[in-house]
Unconditional design. Structure first.
Length: 407
């Protein structure tokens, strides 16, 4: 299985897909999957630009809308996580994961899926200590404060990932695990990113939450983006423990190191994205304590037995199958031949994929719960002030900026 890994997409699907097609042609090979480490920017129409936290000059439609509308179809199965520059209103519709467009799958705010017999996990967003212990209180349409916090990683999602016991082959995070520079050539890194040196020395570069997950999950590979540079590291877990190969990649621009191909020893294809039994069981167990207000999350209330959840989920998957529910458009598609009015719509949209998944798991739909979610008297700062707060993978190709992964 050949997997292409991309750093920050920034909505430039056309160029990434064309690069991979060129690679297939010149190398006479086949790419089985593309995975993206965030800043995917799944912008469907101009209304989505309002929930994209970027400077005005970067608020452009780019090319995702073509794949959402059906004008183009992704030539490779694509899996992505969210970063800090996203159409957050759309990703909230797919909080548990789902098809953002045909053949393009969002892993959710946290999630694990299978591709063939490869397990791929991921955590969306970036770490911010001020918001980490709070619930998911933001709701679209976002105000000026919430648009800057909705993509901040929450402890609840990390807690769910910390329950994973079965081996993870590939894990994705947008920002780097804190301390990962200890395991690579950080002196080379600061030669062309000198402003990183102070953060490296103070151990503030990266995500504390991701570092905890790295220590717990010990995946074969960990891929990140966010800092717009390429950096490799090799993490040895204990003296004779597992090894994680880490790679951060750049954003999609000419001359930048944004794309990497890896090969995984696995069973023959064809391969498809499927739900992961263990992750669905974790989702079912912990949905009862899903924190949806600005208050500090209480993670101690899930009483359901995990083995009972596994057995229940397994029986359901045997009946239905593990293929994700089908993609459904939920808003009008962008039409460049019309004025901005073609994108106007109001209200909050429930995504049928999310509804069907929750019905399958016999869970309530909670994503539009607004109780206390945006009470200005419960801002993060006021709460703080009140004290409330196994497979072998190897690199196989190098073309142009597909530089070798030197570990």
């Amino acid at each position: 299985m050949r997997i292409a890994v991309e750093g920050c997409m920034h909505g430039d699907l056309d160029n990434v897909y064309s690069t991979l097609r060129y690679l297939e042609e010149v190398e006479n090979t086949k790419i089985d999957l593309l995975i993206c480490c965030g800043d995917f920017q799944a912008v469907r129409n101009k209304k989505d630009l309002e929930s994209l936290n970027v400077p005005p000059k970067y608020r452009s439609m780019n090319s995702f809308w073509k794949y959402y509308s059906g004008q183009e179809v992704a030539p490779f199965p694509t899996i992505f996580i969210g970063g800090n520059h996203e159409a957050s209103n759309y990703l909230w519709e797919l909080y548990y994961g789902g098809w953002a467009a045909p053949n393009i799958y969002f892993l959710g705010f946290a999630g694990v899926v299978k591709f063939g017999n490869i397990r791929i996990g991921g955590l969306s967003g970036i770490y911010n200590e001020r918001h980490y212990h709070l619930g998911h209180y933001e709701r679209p349409p976002y105000n000026e404060r919430d648009i800057r916090s909705v993509y901040h990683v929450r402890e609840y999602d990390v807690h769910k990932l910390m329950q994973v016991e079965e081996p993870i082959d590939i894990f994705l995070s947008h920002d780097w695990p804190c301390g990962i520079t200890d395991h690579g050539n950080w002196k080379e890194l600061v030669r062309y990113k000198p402003f990183f040196e102070k953060e490296i020395q103070e151990r503030t570069l990266g995500s504390k939450a991701a570092a905890e997950l790295l220590e717990k999950l010990k995946p074969s590979y960990w891929f990140s983006a966010h800092l717009h540079c390429k950096f490799a590291a090799l993490v040895q877990h204990g003296e004779v423990g597992q090894v994680t190969k880490f790679l951060a990649l750049d954003k999609c621009l000419p001359g930048r190191k944004f794309l990497q191909i890896v090969e995984i020893e696995t069973v023959p294809g064809p391969y498809e994205i499927q739900y992961d039994e263990e992750w669905l069981a974790i989702t079912r167990k912990f949905n009862s304590i899903f924190p949806l207000t600005i208050h500090r999350a209480n993670l101690g209330g899930a009483q359901v037995d995990m083995q009972d959840c596994r057995d229940w989920v397994r029986s359901r998957l045997l009946t239905r199958g593990a293929k994700p529910f089908e993609f459904v458009q939920t808003v009008p598609c962008y039409d460049p031949s019309q004025s901005a009015s073609n994108s106007c719509f109001s209200g909050y949209h429930r995504n049928p994929q999310t509804e069907l998944l929750l019905q399958f798991l016999e869970l309530p739909y909670l994503l539009d719960n607004t109780l206390e979610s945006r009470d200005p008297t419960h801002s993060p700062m006021s709460l703080i002030s009140r004290g409330i707060f196994s497979h072998s993978l190897s690199v196989v190709v190098e073309v142009g900026q597909l530089l070798s992964f030197c570990l």
